[in-house]
Structures are given as C-alpha cells and as structure tokens.
Design a protein. Sequence first.
Length: 357
Amino acid sequence: MANLERIFDMIYHMDIEQEQITGRYNNNDSISRFIKDLMYDILSKEDKRYYIFDSETDDVSTNVSQLFEQIKNNGQNGSPLNQNMLENVFNAIANRALQKHMDAQKKHSMIHIQEGSLIQSLFEYESELYFLITKVEHENFLDSDTFMESEGVPFNKKTRSLKSCLIKFEDGIADIIVTDSNPTIAAYWYRDFLELKELNTDGKNTQQAFMAFHRVLKTNVLKHSEADYTQLHNSMLGYFRNRQSFSITGLVGDILEEYTPENPEKINTQTIIRKFQEVMDKGKFDTSFTIDKSVIKNKMKKTYKISEKVEIRISGHIKDLKDKIFAEKDAEGNRFIKMKVEDEEKYNETYRSFKFN
C-alpha cells in the first residue's frame, strides 16, 4: 500500500431509531488498519462516479471549504491545526448525516435504512490531501469468547456495505468521488446529505461509454475477425439494453470473461479486457452510472449488406445470435446466410413468402 498519513479522524455511531449520533477518537492499531484499508479500497475502486457541489453555500460545501482553507493557511505559516475547528466541522457534518438519514427513513417507511458507523478522516495519500466521509453498515456476529450475538463494523471488505465520498484538495476542491456498494448510489446519500450533483449526466455517460467501447471492438477485433466482432458487438448491445446501471466489472463480465473466440489464433480476450480497462482509465465518463437507453437507441441498429439488392437489418441485441443467424457454404461452394424464424405466427407471412418448391 502506498504511503498514507492520517491527519485527523473521528468515528461516529449513528442510531437512526433513537435519533442520536455519538463520535469519538480511537487510535488503536485495529482502527488505524481498518481506516487505511478503507481509504485504499475507495481510491482503487473501479466503479465510482464524479460529482460537484450543487452550491458553494450549502452546508457540507461550506464546512469542507472551511476545513481545507485552514489547512492551506496552516501550511503557509507552519502553525498547528486548530483541533476545535476540526471537531466542529466533523460534528456539523455528522449531525447533518443523522438528520438526512432520519428524513430518508420517514420518507421511505417501507424500506429499512440500516444503522452504521460514520467515519470521517482527513489524510495525505501520495503527498496529496483528501477528506473522506463514509458510512459502514453494521453487521451481527457471534462473539468468540461469550458466544453472544453482538453488532459491529465488518472488517472484511468483501462483505461490508458502505457508502463513501472522497474529496481531493489541490488549490481548491479538485475531485469529488462517490461510491456505493449497491448497484445504484442512494439519492439520500449524495443529494440530500452531501448536496452533490453529477458532474456528467447519465445520458452523456451512456453515450460516451458506448462509443468508446464500440471503438475498442472496431479497432481491436473487427480488423482481425469479423465473426468475433459480430458476437462481441451483439453482447455489448445486450449489456446496454438489459442492464439498468453501468460498471466496468459488469461490462467485462457480461461480454468477455466467458467468451470463447471464433478465431482464437487472432483474438485474445485478455488483450481486449486490458483495452477496455485503458478506456476506463482515460475516458471522459464515470465508471458507474445509470444507463440512459434513449441516447443510444439509434446506435442499436446495424445493417449487413448481402448483395446489391438485399440487406439484413438488426435493430438490437439478439440472444444466442450464432444459433439464429449464421453463414454456410454448400458442396458446390455457394454461400448462404440462414436465419431461424423465432415466432411462426407473427412472421408466418415472411416465411411463406420465401418458401419455394
């Protein structure tokens, strides 16, 4: 793990039912290791989204600006950080978090918003300054000494459920990254509590991501194997059509992880996965967003020219494509495109129109 130095942090227990939040310091080795692991996990997370504050005068924005402004001033004059100011900022943010969680629970009474620990931490990572706000939901466990059921913060990052906001500071607020272990980032977390709005709209993200991955397939697959391109392009259409939210792990899993190339001597799936990852690292879109199908509706269509007067037009994803449309060559060398009729009632007229003796 790269060098990470904690400057100031507090951990709060958020009790939504009792409408109270309590915070404290704790510098034991386990807490230190937990926070460092959590910070690194968020920084290296593939599926995340960039946000900006909705207004510079909102509560969280004002508190964060105050926090960074003092650090900047202290760095210039060499004076120690004001502990009381740090506590006041952290407490103000924590109390707002409790209030917005309570409001969300009352508004959505049929959904149980879990209690948890709110962790705030100011730290340096690779010589850059960050402020972290994260909520880790509590889990039940059996105490190994008393064998009594207890509740606490899960240490295993594979099972814990969390929402986080990571703010990077340079001359001002440079980046705001929000993550959620759920497929969709909760509105009460980013909008109501943090007062953030998306840097990019879902429509812009969808359009840019679709075109970026389409270019990867055209550049790295189509030139080498047209059959593999047809299969992978169809799978990409399926992902954007059938999924509600986008993530790079979901895209790779749906399209490439179990794909067997038609021409393995020409197509290496690991190379394509690496190219997809490079697009995510360099792309001007978020790595997690809700897919807006309306902006790519026309891009779902593709036309294949059979002859001067015959074309096949595909208007979207086809499940099990290679079993429904495929090419064959007979003993005399004549080439054919065969298509399976899916619904004999609906397409009976088309079938009969070409049923020659």
